[in-house]
Design a protein around this ligand. Structure first.
Ligand code: AMP
Length: 397
């Protein structure tokens, strides 16, 4: 099932969504998030469409169902040409397995093989789990159509410069995955090394915020020569704090999730490494815990630039008002978190860790909108196009 990044956590939103279309059954699963689904949906509803879910993905199903093109693949492509945003999609029809990645390749999609059969998944870890072999990434804008006769590769969109989401490397993807020619784990270590090169400080130990900060802390420790220690122990029986719905439960979750390891922390100057700060909830708790366990100094180092802008492509960050870095400058964040010093990797440093000289200012190699506000697609639903506003008005009237 998809992480519920839009449309809410409802049973009827569970993927794959399925419908009996003209021409046969059509099941669809979606990694990503559309940025014009609401606008499209209100038009479709006005035309008489009956939606069964609140998921943005159903818009694709409805558009496919209504297309006048002659075969299922063409009807699906017709639908894709109307949607905006991030989508890696896998579709199963009676005779075909179809995978497609949006023209910018915002979310990943990989092709694997098992016993001669093609497998499509967002990440290579899914292939590992079932014992399949990784073949290659599906390219941005590429559509793979697999039938019993073999695999066909189509390019149904006008070519664009790819902008895969850099946050996959920072936090979202599993470290044991590989795509875009990188091992996610190695990128995270390189981020830590880059962070050390940019903002090292004298200290006794490098401590990761587990689990997400571990690879970056390993890279940081190796580059700085400061020993790596597990100063925080993670309780593996609670879920990711971020997915909990209310702030109260989230705060409790953070406490249940981590505990200071006094044997490492007491009397020490600590460099605390995490992959990112979203609201700041985790950082505040962990830092307090470090001082309570006797840390002499705590220096926080973050392996991503400050998150100043929300994501609309499936990463599921909160609204801008809740993002710490959207509300405070660096000194304000340092004071809020209560650390002796705070530093984030630079945007160019992030690109260096990925093997570039820096961010190409004209054609950025990735989408990094969370750090720069440079969104790679129109944000039709957020900004409300005229068409959308008109249909809302029509509803009210
Ligand atoms: P916060 O406590 O809100 O500042 O969240 C920061 C923590 O959440 C970090 O330790 C990250 O590893 C993790 N995190 C960052 N981005 C996300 C995300 N999109 N979904 C879930 N967790 C995240």
């Amino acid at each position: 099932m998809r992480y519920s990044t839009s449309g809410g956590t409802l049973l009827r939103n569970v993927q794959p969504l399925f419908a009996d279309l003209w021409g046969g059954g059509f099941a669809i699963a979606h990694n990503g998030n559309l940025t014009n689904a609401r606008a499209l949906r209100s038009d479709l509803v006005r035309q008489g469409a009956i939606f069964q879910s609140t998921s943005d993905t159903e818009t694709i199903l409805q558009l496919t169902a209504r297309s006048q093109k002659l075969n299922t693949v063409e009807r699906f492509i017709d639908a894709l040409r109307q949607i905006e945003g991030a989508y890696s999609l896998v579709v199963l029809t009676n005779k075909k397995l179809i995978g497609v990645r949006d023209p910018l390749g915002i979310r990943p999609l990989v092709l694997g093989t098992l016993a001669g059969a093609p497998i499509l998944a967002s990440e290579t870890v899914a292939l590992d789990i079932i014992g399949a072999d990784y073949v290659r990434d599906v390219e941005p804008g590429e559509m793979i159509v697999a039938t019993k006769d073999g695999i066909e590769s189509l390019h149904p969109f006008p070519p664009q410069r790819p902008r895969p989401c850099v946050f996959e490397y920072i936090y979202f993807a599993r470290p044991d995955s590989q795509f875009g020619g990188h091992s996610v784990y190695n990128v995270r270590k390189a981020l830590g090394a880059q962070l050390a090169a940019e903002s090292n400080v004298e200290a006794d130990v490098v401590v990761p915020v587990p689990d997400s900060g571990v690879p970056a802390a390993i890279g940081y420790a190796r580059a700085s020569g400061i020993p790596f220690e597990l100063g925080i122990i993670r309780n593996h029986y609670v879920g990711r704090t971020f997915i909990e719905p209310t702030q109260q439960i989230r705060a409790l979750g953070v406490k249940l999730k981590h505990n200071a390891n006094r044997a490492v922390v007491e009397g020490k100057r600590i460099i605390l490494v995490d992959d990112s700060i979203v609201r700041g909830t985790t950082s505040v708790k962990i830092v307090k815990m470090m001082y309570e366990a006797g840390a002499r100094e705590v220096h926080m180092r973050i392996a991503s630039p400050p998150i100043t802008h929300p994501d609309f492509y499936g990463i599921d960050t909160p609204e801008q008002e809740q993002l710490l870095a959207a509300n405070y400058d660096l000194e304000g964040m340092r004071a809020y978190i209560g650390v002796d010093s705070l530093a984030f990797i630079t945007v160019d440093g992030l690109y260096r860790a990925l093997g570039y000289e820096g961010r190409d200012p004209v054609y950025p190699q990735f989408t990094d909108h969370c750090f720069t506000g440079d969104y790679p697609t129109p944000l039709t639903d957020k900004n409300g196009t005229q068409r959308h506003q008109l249909s809302l008005l029509a509803e009210i009237a």
